[in-house]
Design a protein around this ligand. Sequence first.
Ligand code: SF4
Length: 731
Amino acid sequence: MSEFTKTLCPYCGVGCGLEVSPPAQHNKATNRDSQGNPIWRVRGDKAHPSSQGMVCVKGATIAESLDKNRLHYPMVRDSLDQEFRRVSWDEAFNIITQRIQTIRFTQGPEALCMYGSGQFQTEDYYIAQKLMKGCLSTNNFDANSRLCMSSAVSGYIQSFGSDGPPCCYEDLELTDCAFLIGTNTAECHPIVFNRLEKYHKKNRKVKMIVVDPRRTPTAEAADLHLAIRPGTDIDLLNGIAHLLMRWNYIDTMFMDDCTSNFPAYAEVIRHYPPEVVARQCGISIEDLETAARYWGESQRVLSLWSMGVNQSSEGTAKVRTIINLHLMTGQIGKPGAGPFSLTGQPNAMGGREAGGLAHLLPGYRVVKNPQHRAEVEKFWGLKPGQISPNPGLTAWDMITGLENGAVELLWIAATNPAVSMPDLERTKKALLRSPFTIYQDAYYPTETSAYAHVLLPAAQWGEKTGVMTNSERVVTLCKAFHQPPREAKADWEIFAEVGRRLGFEKEFAFANSAEVYAEFVKLTKTRPCDMTGISHAQLQAEGPTQWPHPQEGSGEWGVGSGESPTPHSLLPTHSKRLYTNLRFHTPDGRARFGAYYSKGLAEPPNPDYPFVLTNGRLYGHWHTQTRTGRIEKICKMHPEPFIEIHPRDAARLGILDTMYVEVRSRRGKAKFPAKVTKAIAPGTVFVPMHWGSLWADNAEANALTHPESCPDSLQPELKACAVQLIPISVE
Ligand code: SF4
């Protein structure tokens, strides 16, 4: 038997396969950290179809985080000014269930809410949905994915009638033109970028366009870098569309047969001639024309995007405007082409499948659809009408719900909102007001643990067996290879035990996570994400598997969904790409053009706050550093935060390299050492988003950001806010 256990990297949505072996089985001289702790050995899994043996520094060093600063026992306190005291699981469960029952029967279930995470395995997500949305009758379950990719979800649903990225990673190596917008793929999705870059270097005819106000490592590799002004994405996209129309690069036959609403879109793009667009975006007309020409002359165009598009007050409109370009040129449903959103977290996709956002139900269903609710109620054995018809509180709604007293119990799991939410001062004040907060995490302390009344120790990566789905819809079994420390439990086990103690014994009678997954996939039957042919045993035997993967004889695509009654929507079983039959999940089977004028930033710069602050990830760090801040190699790689300022702006303000700069927005302030660089466009500044109060003083990017959100996806505009810069002397 192999000494290696196959699993998945638990950081980003690329979803790289890993193989892990125990410390005793390899060289003892190199398998200990500086404290002498044994470190498990990790290597890339060459058999994993998504990563083919490659890993980045995060995946390579992940094992170092297993044993550091773990939360070992349940702990409670009556108020936030008290010390925690250790309690048994039994006592913790009793405290939680009594509190839930009291709130349920006095204030009603809508006063309960749970905030989960793209770090969950699908089984964790599924049990949380069944508990909250099913048994407790509140849709107040949202996840940090709301801050990450919910605009991609709403964009896909509105354009195609269903969520789901239609592409696969193989398309990276089959395209003629890669159009990357709002994504620093080289640092944030490194193995996706490795695949694209290798192919691009080998094939000089292949074009790479990168749209980003920063000259990132991704932009460095591009044939064309469009450093647009923040907030002008829709101007650019409509400008490219205008030129594609003018130069007749459109696929009229595809549009006639497969799309709807083009006249409304054509009317919009008429208003985006190149002179206007170039001026608005701050780029040259020549570069705009080059982008349109690259797009129009390519047989296969693949667009990639992530948070730079999604984290916007017009996020859904941006996603749909990207999709529009594919629809007008017929660039979808074929190898090397399509609109491909990259998810930030390892199992954000699994969360979408399991219904892990406040407006969703399992199996790509939506709360607002009565038929979808009825299907799930029947499956879960609930009374008709037990699932609320109202979408629940989203991530930011939970903060405002604490402010206005609507939320009585907040259960946070596997995420760190005291760093990752926008407008942190307001967020922290709201968390302080919470009557009862349960915080369930693998690590202690985190910035959020300071706001908890109950701490529950969670098993993490490598300590529980479950399933995750990556950006290309590949499902991987992540096997446990390590005991959870002391009393830590899998998230799904904690949720299930609470469910049983609330009286739902039958609903949560699962012996293991394989049984949980087996129940979940039944809810995907005949849905667009049909994965009824996937199980723990099948994944173990056959390896990572892409959906749709229906069980043999599972039926036709869309039957029973209430969304796809058209006879042409037959299931393309086991297809690498969605929509190869050029039929979509809309009632008429056609993809819908979205017609949007650009609105720009929710908070544009002005004379008082003259700079646009943007933020993002660094290559080595992950989110709020809960793991990576405990890994020596990564901390050495990125020892401190910084602010990137263009030399022209720096000179005007008297800012020198490494000099500290205070950054102020309308909501808060932070300070960073300056990095004076031409990598950032004049008028824009950049800070990394990884530093919370545990890792640096006053260097929180989200002390500055605002919560203005996309009206469709309710995703906040974390990527841009207006700030002023004040140079300060080194302390
Ligand atoms: Fe992990 Fe993402 Fe790096 Fe792959 S690219 S090893 S999934 S962090």
